[in-house]
Design a protein around this ligand. Structure first.
Ligand code: ARG
Ligand code: ZN
Length: 862
């Protein structure tokens, strides 16, 4: 069944309060509910329907009198009085049989929950929709034979005695924010005092043995709490805040009120087991979930179409936070890389959908890069358009006006219109129009008048269900350099609103749209366009390699400086793939200049040294009207890496020594940046030194970043067999580290090795495919390695499909998510398309295929 935005109707009743008692048992947990309902005079009336799935109803009562409701696979209907009433139910559920990891389930002997988006209906009968908000009281009773040391739910603790625990959450919340955790857990604890002096007990709960890996998450939490007070004026609102790490989890983490539940991968970290990137991810995700307390929980969504209201905003907030904690420009480049890799890919294929979708079959399929990352870009554009101060004022108004409410994008935009007096009707198209806009720029330089005219033409290609697109409001941040590389105009933001628009920049001449300083050197000035990636668009501009090299050397905007180098590399690689061209000196010398420039942040230099991905190149070649050959792309990247290793050997080897970080490991941004640059140097050097440096680094490494970096460098040159075995012996008992062992091999397999590697990894006794992290680290990593995934015989397509078929009946969410591996299939040659189609059709024909996976396959094939 398709759910549509336009069909929204409010729930006819108001839920007064909710009391739940859980009698925990691994296979037969009893859930007793007591819920008060009163007619909502503001809502149209309708039948009394409560969601409920896979629940065994033991008894239901209304005002104490047993009733026999009608029950279907989706829920319950029942006759109810016109006056306020109490609904009670007792249901039985089977947490240990819940392999979908949605609702109440068990992970490594502990009870835990995941309720977003629609998991609560697998716990008890309830109006499981985000616009129904109520305070919850929860009582948890442990199994009689086996008391559980820790039993948690949302809110503040109540009576905790013997084998039971009570929790009261005073803040009205939707059911998707409900959480329960019970098991043998230990806490790493801390305290936080809010700006207004309220003490908060902080806990990071983990399995015994993991206590020494919680410090970083706890520290990130404290920094997030302080930051949200300082930057958004948002304080925490309960006496306790807990994070729980769970090994079996379908996603990253979940912002349940006062009780965030995390994939253990995004909590546990020690220098020996986690990389710099892991630390950074933990910091960002801890912040993200904490920030949801205001953007998501206190102000929530009216319905799931409004998901970007909380996710786009919360991603934007976590990006700001990480930018503040680390290097802002480096964070921006990382975010744009991720946006292009995941969101542009989605937006340019069969799964394209608006930031606010208008229909869905399974909502879990819409926790996408578009809703999250493009949703965050839209907020960033809004902030750029209105300015930082007006943005803050609008946010203050948003919290003041909508605290305790379930809101829409209309509410969100109205706040900005009211706070700034701006008309946002055209801007609103960003929420409804799918697809990545193309912005073409052409230039006209009038030497005599001292004027540069830039003409912008925007158009958005059709996407499924949206053949025609209207022009959007696009903020374009612009700067200007003179021919000698001096900045003669600092960044200005131009607003495009029409299909075609010309902006004139005068060089000290007056009367133009924008004014630059008169240049003292003769010659055409060079514009730096879309600084900071000021809008999520594809900029199309005919630019020579000379101009790109010039911007790479001189642009004062770090994003565009990096972007110029990236475009240079992309052009070189595309020519290598399509015309068999040689890399050429120009790129190599430009790269060498940046690598050597010690006025630049090492983290930035590491990014400048990294090459476009295989997927970027396939997209670029496809955009250029040719058919990308995944094997040729892989070979060109290898060839260029060898060339860089050879030509830049002296510089890289100097960097490799210079960037060594002395002393004990610390995860701070600066040390991480040095290690990243050193790691980039090592990867290139290994192409030409036979792996001697990498082997030595592996043997001596005192932290996971350097150990894994060395191992990766070895695997990519076809070496490292001994090191792989040693790594495994050392870390066999550590799930998260073994995930890396699997993922690294899957991600670095060459086209020729792919089949053997895939066979070996999936046949490994440690390939516990029912664990989502392990499944993703093998199947996800293979599918995410284009050279391997597209190996010419189609064996990996078949293998991935076989595994999706196997996983789907157990865990539809994770299976459906991984079908996106096929979303780019229309880019490739007829042979590959034929093989992919065959596999997708085979998947879609599986009897009893989940709603999740069938929706995805249907859309990809359409
Ligand atoms: N709200 C969570 C977060 O962004 C993610 C929940 C994902 N849920 C899902 N069904 N995919 O932090
Ligand atoms: Zn979120």
């Amino acid at each position: 069944r398709t759910v549509r935005l336009e069909e929204y109707t409010p729930f006819p009743w108001i839920v007064g309060d909710v009391s739940l008692t859980f009698r925990l048992h691994p296979t037969a947990t009893r859930v007793l509910s007591r819920i008060t309902f009163a007619n909502d005079p503001a809502a149209p009336s309708g039948p009394f329907f409560l969601h409920g799935e896979k629940l065994n109803l033991i008894e239901a009562r209304i005002d104490g009198v047993p009733v026999s409701p009608d029950i279907t696979a989706e829920g319950l209907t029942c006759d109810v009085p016109d006056t306020p009433f109490v609904f009670e139910a007792e249901v039985e559920i089977d947490p240990s049989g819940n392999t979908a990891l949605d609702g109440l389930y068990m992970s490594g002997g502990m009870y835990c929950t995941q309720c977003e988006a629609e998991g609560f209906r697998k716990i008890t009968f309830y109006p499981d929709r985000p616009d129904v908000m109520a305070p919850f009281n929860v009582r948890i009773e442990g199994p009689e034979d086996k008391p559980l040391p820790v039993m948690l739910s949302n809110g503040n603790p109540g009576a905790q005695e013997g084998n039971s625990a009570e929790w009261h959450d005073p803040w009205p919340k939707p059911s998707y924010l409900f959480a329960l955790v019970a098991g043998d857990l230990v806490a790493k604890s801390g305290t936080f005092t809010t700006a207004s002096g309220m003490p908060v007990a902080l806990n990071v709960y983990v399995r015994p043995g993991d206590e020494d890996r919680c410090d970083y998450a706890l520290d990130a939490l404290i920094r997030s709490m302080r930051w949200d007070e300082r930057e958004y004026g948002r304080e925490y609102d309960l006496s306790v805040f807990s994070i729980v790490a769970v090994d079996d989890f379908n996603m990253g983490a979940m912002e349940n009120k006062g009780l965030n539940i995390f994939n253990s991968k995004y909590v546990l970290a020690s220098p020996d087991t986690a990389t710099d990137v892991d630390f950074e991810m933990i910091e960002g995700i801890v912040a993200h979930e904490y920030f949801h307390n205001w953007t998501g929980n206190r102000v929530t969504c009216r319905d799931w179409f409004q998901l970007c209201l909380k996710e786009g905003l919360t991603v934007f907030r976590d990006q700001q936070f990480s930018g503040d904690m680390r290097s802002e420009p480096v964070k921006r480049i990382d975010d744009v890389l991720a946006l292009r890799a995941r969101q542009f890919r989605e937006d340019n294929g069969p799964l394209a959908h608006p930031v606010r979708p208008e229909s869905y079959i399974e909502i879990n399929n819409f926790y996408t890069a578009t809703v999250y990352e493009k949703g965050a870009e839209v907020i960033g554009m809004l902030r750029r358009l209105v300015g930082a101060e007006a943005y803050r004022a609008a946010l203050d108004l948003y919290f003041e006006r909508h605290d305790g409410q379930a809101c829409t994008i209309e509410d969100w935009l109205a706040v900005f219109e009211d706070a700034t007096g701006r008309d946002l009707s055209q801007f609103k198209l960003w929420y409804s129009q799918a697809g990545t806009p193309r912005v073409e720029v052409s230039e006209d330089w009038d030497e005599e008048a001292g004027r540069l005219a830039l003409t912008f033409r925007q158009h958005t290609p059709p996407t499924p269900g949206q053949p025609d697109k209207a022009p959007l409001v696009i903020p374009v941040a612009l700067g200007l350099l003179d021919a000698a590389g001096h900045e003669i105009m600092a960044t200005e933001v131009v607003e495009l609103t029409e299909a075609e628009q010309t902006v004139e920049i005068g060089l000290g001449t007056g009367g133009a749209d924008l004014e630059a300083k008169a240049s003292r050197v003769p010659g055409r000035p060079v514009p730096s366009i879309l600084r900071g990636f000021s809008a999520p668009v594809i900029l199309q501009r005919q630019t020579s390699a000379e101009e790109r090299a010039f911007l790479l050397a001189h642009d004062t905007d770090p994003f565009n400086k990096w972007e110029a180098g990236r475009a240079l590399a992309r052009d070189v690689l595309v020519r290598m793939v399509t015309d068999g061209a040689e890399p050429g000196q120009q790129y190599l010398s430009a790269l060498q200049m940046v690598a050597k420039d010690d006025t630049l942040d090492p983290a930035f230099r590491a990014l400048a040294l990294s090459l476009p991905s295989q997927d970027d190149l396939a997209q670029a070649i496809h955009d250029g009207g040719a058919t990308p050959d995944p094997t040729a792309i892989w070979a060109a990247l290898r060839r260029l890496a060898e060339e860089i290793g050879g030509t830049l050997e002296p510089v890289l080897s100097e960097l490799y020594d210079e960037m060594r970080v002395p002393g004990p490991y610390t995860p701070d941004a600066q040390s991480a940046g040095s290690r990243a640059l050193r790691g980039a140097a090592l990867a290139y050097l290994s192409r030409v030194d036979g792996g001697s440096r990498a082997a030595a680094q592996f043997a001596e490494a005192g932290n996971m970043t350097e150990r894994l970096g060395a191992l990766g460098a070895l695997l990519r040159i076809g070496k490292g067999e001994e090191e792989l075995a040693a790594f495994r012996r050392r870390w066999e008992g550590d799930r998260l580290v073994m995930d890396k062992w699997f993922a690294l091999q899957a991600a670095s397999a060459s086209p020729a090795e792919a089949h053997d590697v895939a066979q070996r990894l999936t046949g490994d006794p440690a390939f516990d495919w029912t664990n989502p992290n392990r499944f993703r680290s093998v199947i996800g990593a293979l599918a995410g390695n284009p050279a391997a995934f597209h190996e010419p015989e189609g064996r990996i397509y078949r293998l991935v499909t076989d595994w999706l078929i196997r996983l789907d009946p157990l865990n539809p969410q994770t299976a459906a998510r991984l079908t996106t591996s096929f979303e780019t299939w229309k880019r490739f040659d007829a042979d590959r398309q034929g093989m992919i189609r065959e596999n997708l059709e085979r998947l879609s024909a599986v009897e009893g295929l989940s709603r999740d996976t069938s929706e995805m396959v249907g859309r990809i094939l359409a």
